[in-house]
Design a protein around this ligand. Structure first.
Ligand code: DX5
Ligand code: ZN
Length: 236
């Protein structure tokens, strides 16, 4: 599989969970113009997580507004019956949780067979060891640094150890490490030092800005990126 990026460039992926839900198209265009790398789409079912967002039809509607990379994070269980619809909606990456069904290995195989990149998300309570078992089927492992369901929660520091262990695994396996939840300019350096490649950020990107004042989005993205890159420089 083609590499998605090298570690010299940390990717910033704004989560539209913190955008204006009545204006997804323009919000996405604004953050892309302001320099983000991926667009992170949080799909929640009110069952796997205690919140509901939207489904494949919304993903299909916003797809034409995304020029970068459509990173779809499914917080759905059971997930299998919806994978095809999200692939057809134009997802570049579909990430599912370890707990998303009875047979996670089979679900990841299904994503691979749909021709979409596959991601595995690990909740704060999910053990590192599951990644070790499934890494050959995935392009990305997403470490949840909050319990999934809501934006704006506090970063869970204990997950840094999991990121470090994944970073060791990455020395002989080909996948990316994404970190999702509570990422700000303050927490970014620690996750990058631990080994993160992609930083999802919702509230830290969208706060205080709007489609009428997109410069603020740019400033927010820049602040997170500079903090992240400062940790890379220290690594040398
Ligand atoms: C949480 C979602 C995250 C969330 C991140 O369930 O998966 O993507 O939107 O939001 P912040 O950056 O505000 O923690
Ligand atoms: Zn997410």
């Amino acid at each position: 599989m083609e590499p998605l990026l090298s570690r010299e460039s940390i990717k910033i992926a704004p989560s539209i969970l913190s955008a204006d839900f009545a204006n997804f198209g323009k919000e996405i265009e604004a953050v892309e113009e302001q320099g983000c790398d991926w667009i992170h789409i949080d799909v929640m079912d009110g069952h796997f997580v205690p919140n509901i967002t939207f489904g494949p039809e919304t993903c299909k509607a916003i797809r034409p507004h995304i020029k970068t990379f459509m990173d779809v994070h499914l917080m759905i269980s059971p997930v299998d019956q919806y994978l095809e619809a999200f692939a057809e909606a134009g997802a570049d990456m579909i990430t599912i949780h370890f707990e998303a069904g009875q047979h996670i290995h089979r679900s990841l195989q299904a994503i691979n067979s749909l021709g979409v990149k596959a991601g595995l998300a690990l909740n704060p309570g999910t053990s590192y060891e599951v990644a070790d078992q499934l890494v050959d089927l995935v392009d990305l492992i997403c470490v949840m640094t909050v319990n999934p369901g809501f934006g704006g929660q506090k970063f869970i520091t204990s997950q840094l150890r999991k990121i470090e262990r994944l970073s060791n695994l990455k020395k002989h396996k080909d996948f990316l490490i994404e970190v999702d939840g509570g990422i700000t300019a303050d927490t970014a350096p620690s996750v990058v030092s631990a080994g993160a490649d992609i930083l999802v950020a919702g509230s830290a990107v969208f706060s205080n800005g709007s489609v009428n004042n997109p410069i603020v989005y740019g400033q927010n993205i820049k602040r997170i990126r500079e903090a992240a890159e400062s940790a890379l420089k220290i690594e040398g």
